[in-house]
Design a protein around this ligand. Structure first.
Ligand code: NAD
Length: 424
């Protein structure tokens, strides 16, 4: 029992190292045995394929594709497909584990997986991408399946690629199989409410956190980093619930207005301005670093990984952090945030609204039925609130941060399920 050596935290951490150090800490606190530690750590399946694809110039290029099923203990595996030049098997392995903990923390019956193809989608034509996606799907026919492994979009892929995947998989089986993939266009069996689902889950966690900290939303202020899918919907939905959004940002920089930013207006602005806030006049320009350290009750980092390091953590003035992005806080920043008494709702909980509604998409596909947006929202809000409460209670019980508590909830669930199912 309880033997596990902590993984050393490297000088330069990356988000995946940070995840592993938190995983190790949670397994130690739970007193997980060495055998169980290895079962939870080592992926169940790793597949690497070569994908010869004819380019528009007539030449054939071979791409390398990956799919890792980290765990299928709780149910079929679930996880996105990443198209990016630097994707490699180690990254995919770590991201697959992240999915296992995310699904377990919100208590949906999925294991974790991730896929990727090393390619540069920005330099490829639509035809080349379609051939690549179909080749990848074909190579993974025995891996994917509604009861085995259900992919979804990730960086570099979206609805269009998921439609090709569904079509290719369906053709190979001689029938339409919607439930093999989620994140599809709504006309092809996608779910209403998926677009705003992650931002909505962030909003539910932010309100639940404010309630615990006795912050009245109508008298509260919030800064949001990143104004893409997650950040813009989180800002909009919080704004609709009385929270004053005093700063937003994107790659062009931060925009600060103590009187509050009109989020609908900002969303209309980026829709007309090629998707960027550049030149937005409703606020004073600040840097992204300044945004993170503003005096606001709530901070929502919803842009990218690794933005809150030790230096930023020392300067932070918020009371509540709700991590819309994956891995925005380094493991070295965690103790500083905890010492300052800031409540940090971790990524594997705060941004799990997306995978929750993906799960609803799969449920609807299997039922052959379509839910209203109202039903989707009501059910995802309930799941997110229950997960928040469970993690919060675990935090009190173990006297740890909410982040470690989330890992404890997830790891405990997967370990107990494994014990019931048994091994060889
Ligand atoms: P997106 O591409 O729609 O938006 C990203 C936003 O961040 C954009 O506004 C972009 O300009 C901004 N940005 C990029 N680099 C920045 C920088 N250096 N500084 C400040 N802003 C920067 O992406 P998204 O789907 O909203 O995802 C955001 C984060 O949330 C990612 O970490 C993603 O992995 C995570 N996430 C997304 C989902 C989802 O359903 N979309 C689910 C779970 C987690």
């Amino acid at each position: 029992m309880g033997y596990i050596e902590p993984a050393p935290i490297k000088d330069k951490e990356n988000p995946l190292d940070s995840m592993m150090s938190r995983f190790d800490e949670a397994t130690r606190l739970l007193g997980i045995t060495e055998e169980m530690y290895n079962i939870l750590k080592i992926p169940a399946k790793q597949v690497v394929v070569g994908l010869p694809v004819t380019l528009d110039n007539g030449k054939i290029k071979v791409f390398e594709g990956y799919r890792v099923i980290h765990s299928n203990i709780l149910g079929p595996a679930k996880g996105g497909i990443r198209f990016a030049p630097d994707v490699n098997i180690d990254e995919v392995k770590a991201l697959a584990a992240w999915m296992t903990w995310k699904c377990a923390v919100v208590d949906i019956p999925y294991g974790g997986a991730k896929g990727g193809v090393a390619c540069n989608p920005r330099e490829m034509s639509e035809g080349e991408l379609e051939r690549l996606m179909r080749a990848y799907t074909n190579a993974m026919l025995s891996v994917f399946g509604p009861d085995r492994d259900i992919p979804a979009p990730d960086m570099g892929t979206g609805q269009r690629e998921m439609a090709w995947l569904m079509d290719e998989y369906s053709k190979a089986h001689g029938m339409t199989i919607h439930a093999v993939v989620t994140g599809k266009p709504v006309v092809l069996g996608g779910s209403l409410g998926r677009l705003e689902a992650t931002g909505r889950g962030v909003m539910v966690c932010a309100l639940a956190g404010m309630e615990r900290l006795k912050i009245n939303p109508y008298k509260s202020t919030c800064a949001v980093q990143g104004f893409g899918n997650v950040g813009s919907f989180a800002a909009k939905l919080l704004h609709e619930r009385g929270v004053k959004i005093i700063a937003i940002s994107d790659i062009s920089g931060g925009y600060h207005n103590d009187k509050g930013i009109d989020i609908d207006e900002a969303m209309q602005y980026i829709a007309k301005n090629s998707g960027t806030l550049e030149g937005y006049k409703g606020a004073e320009k600040i840097s992204n670093e300044e945004l993170l350290t503003l005096k606001a009750d709530v901070l929502v980092p919803a842009a990218k990984e690794d933005v809150i390091d030790e230096e930023i953590a020392h300067k932070m003035q918020c009371k509540l952090i709700v991590e819309g992005a994956n891995g925005p806080t380094s493991a070295k920043a965690d103790p500083i945030i905890n010492e300052k008494g800031i409540l940090a709702v971790p990524d594997i909980l705060a941004n799990a609204g997306g995978v929750t509604v993906s799960y609803f998409e799969w449920v609807q596909n299997r039922l052959g039925y379509k839910w209203t947006q109202e039903r989707v929202n009501r059910r995802s809000d309930r799941i997110m609130k229950e997960a928040f409460d469970k993690v919060y209670e675990t935090m009190k019980q173990y006297n740890v941060s909410m982040r470690i508590a989330a890992y404890i909830v997830a790891i405990d669930k997967v370990a107990k399920t494994y014990q019931y199912r048994g091994g060889y």
